[in-house]
Ligand binder design. Structure first.
Ligand code: ZN
Length: 287
C-alpha cells in the first residue's frame, strides 16, 4: 500500500466538496495554492464558468482529472429517454474536452426522480433493466471517444432517487455483461461512503481487479448522520476504516488518485482554505 503520510501527491479534490465557497476557477486557484494536482469537477460547475474557460483553467494549472461528475440518470419514461441519451452524450463530449480519465455514472433510481417529469413508477426491477440498456447505449458512444465509464454503486438509501445500482456486485455484473473481454471501457467508481458496510466488499474488489477499478472516492460516515445527502464526514470523523478499503483496492493494483468527495452543510460553511488544509492533513493521516 502506498505511503500517503509524507505528501499529498495522490490527493484529488472532487470539486463539490467546496462548491458553496467559490466557482470552479476559484477552486482551481485554491488547488494551486495548496499543491493539489488533480480534481473531479461537476457538470454544473463547469457550465457555470463555461466549458472553454474551464478547459483553459485546468490546462493552465496543469491539473489532472480523476473523473468527471457525472453521467447517468438513465431511468426515464419513454418521453424522456432521448433527453437522457443526449444529455449523456454531451457529458462524454465535455469529459473528453477536459481530459478526464473517466466519467462517473450515477445511474438513476425511479424514473420520476431521475428525470423529473417522467411518469411515476414503483418498479425498481424495470428501472434496473433500463439502467443496463442505457449504459449499453452510452458505452457505444463513449468507446468512440475512448472515455471509460465508471459505474458508482450508491448506498441503498439512495435507491429511489439517485441510483438503483447499490452494491459493487451489481455494478460489476453490468460491467461483465457489457464488456466480457475487460477492455477497460467500463468499470467502477468505488466510494467508501456507499460501500463500506458491504460484507462482500473485499471479494468484489478482488473480482473487479485493476482493470475495472477506475476511481476511488473517500469521505466518512458520521454517526448519527443528520442528512443522508449532505452530512458526509471529513475522513477520520466517522466510522469507515478508509485505510483498509484503500489497502484492498491497492492490493489489486489500483494506483490512481484518492478523491475526496464531501457533501456537507458543515464543511460548506467553512473557508475554502480551511477545508483544503484539513483534507490534506487527513489524507496524510487517516486515508
Ligand atoms: Zn463518489
Amino acid at each position: 500500500m502506498r505511503d500517503f503520510s509524507n505528501d499529498h501527491r495522490w490527493l484529488s479534490l472532487n470539486t463539490a466538496t467546496v462548491r458553496k465557497q467559490g466557482n470552479l476557477v476559484a477552486i482551481i486557484e485554491a488547488c494551486a495554492r495548496h499543491g493539489i494536482r488533480a480534481i473531479d469537477p461537476w457538470r454544473d460547475q463547469v457550465a457555470r464558468v463555461g466549458l472553454e474557460r474551464a478547459v483553459r483553467a485546468v490546462r493552465d494549472a496543469g491539473l489532472e482529472m480523476s473523473g468527471y461528475c457525472r453521467g447517468g440518470m438513465f431511468t426515464a419514461d419513454a418521453a424522456h429517454r432521448i433527453e437522457a441519451r443526449d444529455d449523456n452524450r454531451r457529458a462524454v463530449d465535455e469529459a473528453k474536452a477536459l481530459g478526464a480519465s473517466c466519467i462517473v455514472l450515477v445511474v438513476g433510481g425511479l424514473p420520476q426522480y431521475s428525470r423529473p417529469g417522467s411518469a411515476a413508477s414503483k418498479d425498481i426491477a424495470a428501472a434496473r433493466a433500463q439502467v443496463h440498456d442505457g449504459i449499453a447505449e452510452m458505452l457505444d458512444y463513449a468507446r468512440q471517444a475512448e472515455l471509460p465509464l465508471a459505474i458508482e454503486p450508491l448506498h441503498p438509501a439512495y435507491a429511489a432517487d439517485r441510483a438503483c445500482v447499490n452494491t459493487t456486485r451489481q455494478a460489476l455484473d453490468i460491467c461483465d455483461a457489457l464488456d466480457p473481454g475487460r477492455t477497460g471501457a467500463i468499470g467502477v467508481a468505488l466510494d467508501v461512503y456507499h460501500i463500506w458496510w458491504d460484507p462482500e466488499l473485499n471479494a468484489q474488489i478482488a473480482r473487479a481487479g485493476k482493470d475495472r477499478l477506475l476511481a476511488f472516492h473517500v469521505c466518512d460516515w458520521l454517526v448519527p448522520t443528520k442528512d443522508i445527502l449532505n452530512d458526509r464526514g471529513m475522513m477520520g470523523d466517522g466510522v469507515i476504516d478508509i485505510k483498509s478499503v484503500r489497502a484492498s483496492v491497492e492490493a489489486q493494483g489500483f494506483a490512481g488518485y484518492s478523491e475526496i468527495e464531501i457533501f456537507s452543510n458543515d464543511w460548506w460553511g467553512r473557508s475554502m482554505d480551511e477545508v483544503l488544509r484539513t483534507c490534506i492533513e487527513r489524507h496524510r493521516t487517516v486515508v
